[in-house]
Design a protein. Sequence first.
Length: 326
Amino acid sequence: MKAILINKDDNGYSAQFTDVDESQLPEGDVTVKVDYSTLNYKDSLAITGTSPVVRSFPMVPGIDLAGTVEASSHPEFQAGDKVLLNGFGVGEVHWGGLAQKACLKGDWLIPLPDVFTPKQTMAIGTAGYTAMLCVLGLERNGVTPEQGEILVTGAAGGVGSVAISILAKLGYTVVASTGRPEQADYLKGLGAAATIDRNELSEKGRPLGKERWAGAVDAVGSHTLANVCAGLKYGGTVAACGLAGGFDLPATVMPFILRGVTLAGIDSVYRPKADRIEAWNRLGTDLDFGHIEAIMSEIPLSGAIAAAADQMAGKVRGRVVVDVNR
Ligand code: NDP
């Protein structure tokens, strides 16, 4: 099979597009013929070796895949079933989706949601499913459209793009924070009411600022997340899922103890199955399908290594679908 393979040896860290013998696939109770995978931020970290995402070598990266079951000894899946995988350490400690086949634990899989094609699920991918988890996090904390503006940071990226589309369809007024002013029309096309320059949020700020945001989806972390907390209205919530700007959090407790704001942490990787299915069901109703084409671009498997470098350089807009059979 064709695959992206990451190695670390005496010569250092390397990723290559190569042939891999299927007999090397790891153990698992479901073998999946992969139709599509995708490039998430974490995959690009792994492929470029920017941070230690991969914890065993050699590794096939790819935290997402959509495909067809070829063989299964798991009671919930049979040959021919269409399935979807997001996370569970796949592409980090277990061979992942950037290959033509994968051998996985059936407990990690969910049936491919009926309303989506395999390619559409990868256009959404972990980034989009995490955006949905963030919106669910805002809802659970009582954030409603009438309360005011919702800020989305890292707006032109994968999480940001899908979050904007969902929030706008649900009736929220979305403000998109981006470092790419040339993407303003794209972001407004997804439903953003306005855009702001991400530099307004990226420097050390005051412990408390003007109360502006009813809620926020933050994919950036660091000073940006600290400034988002400082700018939340009384009782507001930020769903924090990312670290594109840094994994530190140079904040004070003031927004929490004086304004009762909530910092809702969002993890997608080990999220229980019921939450995954809820999020994918909600994506089926709350994402504007007309936006999927605008959000995604498509590359062959052989293009994944170059695209990972582009993503790390902040040059990728929206989501990248990988056709592993092309
Ligand atoms: P993308 O690469 O698609 O988007 C990231 C965006 O962040 C960029 O497009 C850019 O937006 C912005 N950005 C990049 N670098 C910086 C910087 N130095 N300072 C401020 N903003 C920056 O990644 P994803 O959207 O897929 O993922 C976003 C984050 O969410 C990542 O950190 C990822 O690891 C995390 N994540 C976490 C998950 C979880 O389970 N918690 C699941 C999925 C993702 P713009 O150009 O508009 O400024």
